[in-house]
Design a protein around this ligand. Structure first.
Ligand code: ADP
Ligand code: ADP
Length: 226
């Protein structure tokens, strides 16, 4: 099956073109990196896939649905996992927010939600840190927690925006090992400006600089455009 199909996506901010004629197919267990310079439109493209912004033109389907309808199937790790590190919140509570995002934060969580949050922490090997304050973790540890948050709702597609930024080389290796493991269960799309970091780990690469360029990966194109 197909996790993402983008057909002829265009996007402008006040007349300035940000995305032009973007076509892309991501299959169920693909592990794809979208690389490109800063300002190339990578974050914007992820937001289009998430349905956070609507393209000026073109169609987006995620598991055959509109992004809105497919929202529950998508785990998203934003570029700056914005959280005040002095805010008194424990690791498991941060992950719990991932379970609650699709039902609204105001709903009270139940034991089942908490269980899901703890399971997600086990997957990223951070269970022992569940009661620590988020601000007391190292950069690499925090990154794992934010991945756990994205995993808590059991997604079929994981989108990561510059996930390795601010994480040292040794931790990056561990990080990609974790993604290798997750790839069995979901499609993964990583966005990065650093080709050297991603190229050895991912299965497919496309380059985005307003337009999307393919790296010998014809299968990334919709069938009727091959
Ligand atoms: P990347 O993630 O590849 O660095 P972005 O998608 O963040 O690129 O940004 C692409 C372009 O869109 C940049 O030139 C950026 O300045 C512009 N841009 C992003 N967000 C906005 C916004 N809210 N209003 C106007 N321009 C924006
Ligand atoms: P990084 O440079 O990777 O962000 P830090 O310098 O923030 O790492 O932290 C180094 C180590 O100290 C980490 O293992 C982190 O868990 C621990 N640490 C940092 N702040 C606290 C704190 N307030 N309470 C307990 N442990 C902390």
């Amino acid at each position: 099956g197909e996790a993402i199909v983008l057909k002829d996506i265009w996007f402008h901010y006040n007349g300035t073109p940000i995305l032009e004629e973007v076509n892309l197919v991501v299959k169920e267990h693909d592990f794809l990196a979208i690389i490109g310079p800063n300002g190339g439109g990578k974050s914007t493209l992820l937001k289009v896939i998430l349905g956070l912004i609507k393209p000026s033109r073109g169609t987006v389907t995620v598991f055959g649905e509109t992004p809105r309808k497919a929202r529950k199937l998508i785990g998203y790790v934003p570029q700056y996992s914005l959280i005040d590190l002095n805010f008194p919140i424990s690791v498991w509570e941060v992950v719990l927010m991932g379970c609650l995002s699709h039902i609204g934060l105001l709903k009270r969580y139940d034991e089942d939600d908490k269980e899901k949050a703890l399971d997600a922490l086990k997957i990223v090997d951070m269970f022992d840190y569940k009661d620590r304050q988020i601000g007391s973790l190292s950069g690499g540890q925090r990154q794992r927690v934010f991945i756990a948050r994205a995993l808590a709702a059991d997604p079929k597609l994981l989108l990561l925006d510059e996930p390795a930024a601010g994480v040292d080389i040794i931790r990056q290796e561990e990080f990609y090992e974790l993604l290798e493991k997750l790839k069995e269960k979901m499609a993964i799309v990583i966005v990065s400006h650093d080709i050297s970091a991603v190229s050895v780990h991912v299965d497919k690469i496309a380059c985005l600089n307003r337009k999307l360029y393919y790296h010998n990966s014809k299968e990334l194109l919709p069938e009727d455009l091959e």
